[in-house]
Design a protein around this ligand. Sequence first.
Ligand SMILES: *[C@@H]1O[C@H](CO)[C@@H](O)[C@H](O)[C@H]1NC(C)=O
Ligand SMILES: *[C@@H]1O[C@H](CO)[C@@H](O)[C@H](O)[C@H]1NC(C)=O
Ligand SMILES: *[C@@H]1O[C@H](CO)[C@@H](O)[C@H](O)[C@H]1NC(C)=O
Ligand SMILES: *[C@@H]1O[C@H](CO)[C@@H](O)[C@H](O)[C@H]1NC(C)=O
Ligand SMILES: [Zn+2]
Length: 965
Amino acid sequence: MGKVYYVSKNVGLGMLVLATVALATIIALSIAYDKERAKNRSKPENGATDSTSMPTPLTTPSTPKEPWDHYRLPDSLVPVSYNVTLWPRLKPNADGMYIFTGSSAVIFSCVKETDLIIIHSNKLNLSNFYGHHAKLSGLGDATAPTIQKTWLVVKTHYLVLQLRSALAVGASYVLYTEFQGELADDLEGFYRSEYTEDGVKKVVATSQMQATYARKSFPCFDEPAMKAVFTVTIIHDRGTVALSNGREIGTADSVIDGMPLRVTTFEPTERMSTYLLAFIVSDFVNIQSTQNNNLLIRIWARRKAIEDRQGDYALNVTGPILQFYEHYYNATYPLSKSDQIALPDFNAGAMENWGLVTYRETALLYDPIMSSTGNKERITTVIAHELAHMWFGNLVTLQWWNDLWLNEGFASYVEYLGADYAEPTWNIKDQIILSDVHKVFAVDALASSHPLSRRQEEVNTPAQISEMFNTISYSKGAAVLRMLSQFLTEPVFAKGLSSYLNRFAFGNTVYPDLWDHLQQAVQNTPGMHIPHTVHNIMNRWTLQMGFPVVTIDTRTGSITQKHFLLDPDSVVDRPSQFNYTWFVPIKWMKTGVEQQQYWLLQKTDAHIEMRVSGEDWVLANTNVSGYFRVNYDLDNWDRLLSLLNTNHQALSIINRAQIIDDAFNLARAKIINTTLALRTTKYLSMERDYIPWESALRNLDYYILMFDRTEVYGALQSYLKKQIQPLFEYFKMITANWTKVPTGHTDQYNQVNAIGIACSMGVDGCRELIKSWYRQWMESPHHNPIHPNLKSTVYCSAIAFGGVEEWDFAWRMFKNATLASEAVRLRSAMACTKAPWLLNRYLEYTLDPTKIRKQDATSTMQSIARNTVGMPLAWNFIRARWSYIFQQYGRGSFSFSNLVNGITKRFSTEFELQELKKFKEDNLHVGFGSATLALEQAIEKTTANIKWVTENKARVLKWFTEEST
Ligand SMILES: *[C@@H]1O[C@H](CO)[C@@H](O)[C@H](O)[C@H]1NC(C)=O
Ligand SMILES: *[C@@H]1O[C@H](CO)[C@@H](O)[C@H](O)[C@H]1NC(C)=O
Ligand SMILES: *[C@@H]1O[C@H](CO)[C@@H](O)[C@H](O)[C@H]1NC(C)=O
Ligand SMILES: *[C@@H]1O[C@H](CO)[C@@H](O)[C@H](O)[C@H]1NC(C)=O
Ligand SMILES: [Zn+2]
């Protein structure tokens, strides 16, 4: 599945600093991702309910269970092929229900003697045949035993058939079922998606099977290793089109029950897993092209979107990306067609159904006028991610969900390679540092993190499976695979990969199978040497959580590694067989010259080459190819900082970002002092590149939150003003006084940072500039002159530095917005005003569903709390009405915990801590629902903030004061 992670790039970090609201926007835009992360965070890692300490059903003798009580299928039967017919009704029936009906015949063979047939079936009404839920017949010479009884097990999602005698080993049988299911709008299995076009409500039948929803569409052996061939038939209304994994091979008009209908049949699929199936009925249209050997490529969407040419960009990049992978994997695209479809209503970002990939509209459709550069980048990377799965994941599939990290980590890594091939001028490969490596460092540096790899027995229930879809799997998976490919070198990595894919095509694997093939590739490469097997090296990174900080003392050449924990006082109670030491591949350079890769294999070691003196310096983890942080002796830090200040381009863009991010995090962990971290930002007055700036702003954001209500803020503001001024002038120049869009891809992102920060820090000319743009728009509301890249920042600044007129205009535009992304920008920008009465009025609006949709209420409150002026207002507001807000918005809402997080983010005084505790006591009788954990964490974080502020305030004030003159 695609990660739903992207913060639209035009909501750049510039706004963070600005009226300090953007985080709320980010939260609003990435709710699904937050959901992933929240799952990750709230997973009980220790204690009684820990999934890792749960007794394994299969091996616990004290709780003998029937086979149908196990969440895993028995291994006695294996499916061979299915004939599936489905008929979704796009209009409600007499009871107002949307339904689908269908039938399925599955051929399976018996490999172990059994008198039970256990097959998945969930929420389906099965028809009755002579008192049973299914019909059984033998294939060929086999005669089927008679059915004694059949029943359904709700908890484990099974249909069970008890037979009067055993099935014969080696024989094959056909199980036939007919069923009816609800075509619900629950985004699971075969479901209904609704949208409005030209004022008309339209219904699409579509599907999402991953991970355990195929069983909600038809009875099937719903595990990834139970691969089979599927022959699909779809019955649908005339005037609609049916799609599935295979190419359509026939359509015929037919009349069923007096209704004029159409029957579409599809070519049989390749051998594949149930979770990759897809069925869609819609009135969508497509644009298409064909590639080399007749491969048909189509992009499907609403007619209007296709007519507006919103599918063109996706069609343009799909061919090149497929070609890239064919070459990279050394394996041809396994299917005869590639469909990609944009759905108005879709839960994940995208889903890699084999041959029929489904997307959210924002992840596939690009509007040359309305979309920002960030939108475009997202489309390219999501397509590259999903198409990478066509081989890795779909052609070769992992045996079970415990290895999900390899599937998702892999696609999350190679998506950068595929996207880079399609858009070679973007330097997109560098962005893995911000989007994955640094992002997951933050999670993986906590004592509550968990290892990438889990044992099969630890992952059984659908809930446990869905927990696997988290940041660690995606981003850490990507980071360690990237490290692996770098120390093996790309060609060796690709060679092993290709041999793995060719060997296991149409089959299933466990992750060590990939290690074996990579090891083979190493052995077949003359001169290639690694200090341990791929297996042994990678175990250290996949079987234990966290990552090391490597400390290099250039005075002696000594090197040590230590498990990096953001909170030095946190206690790790998860044992590791490797004692939290790693085999660390260290690429490094000395005074600008690349050195031979060094392997740190023990806790401490000495590498005399790393001893330097005089002007020489050492920089380790060049290009951040390794998954670790680096610390040095103070002399070397000084030399690196002086290099940044005199000739920063001597270091690569991502190493500049790395120095900043490492320093700030080492300071948070009290390994180096805070002023050393701050000193890494001094050279920024000369920095023009996006990635280092973005890294610095993300790190400085904490300082802004802690100090924007104290005397430190004045000094911080003067300092940042001084630092951002040259960047602002630079963009003014390269855009010919703001009349052009910068040509560089990441320059477009950094322009957003430049404007956002310059305006909030008071750089001359900035506020006037954005005010004039916004004025122009107010004067002719139908001709918005603001470039899509800049909209979020400009709206927010204009409202922050404007008055009621600007606000009311935004409100009118918000009410009239036809584009969801435009409404989101405006809703968040309205929280930027500095006028308390406007903020209070806006808070009142959040509880009026005619003004702010109920689903947007809490995220709007959060946006308001993100604003320094709005924070106390929002806090008073929710305290005063907690019981109402909780009743109305708290139940079953997964974003509710974000509200508590958002409002308490700045809390850093003893007084606020007492208020928070009192709030908890006063409302115990009401409850906190899904925010319960967030409230506990808020108390903990506030305590930590108080401590940090106490320890650092004086020196931070002194530093900013000295440096801002
Ligand atoms: C599946 O459909 C094919 C083509 O219609 C047919 O030949 C075959 O017998 C069917 N298989 C089963 C098990 O029904
Ligand atoms: C798609 O490619 C064509 C031909 O190269 C080009 O003219 C067009 O601008 C591209 N469309 C988009 C949206 O990139
Ligand atoms: C690509 O595959 C072909 C045939 O499977 C094989 O002969 C060739 O060596 C492979 N090339 C690489 C670079 O692995
Ligand atoms: C971990 O530490 C224990 C006890 O100090 C030691 O016996 C064991 O060999 C260590 N394991 C590794 C892999 O270093
Ligand atoms: Zn994926």
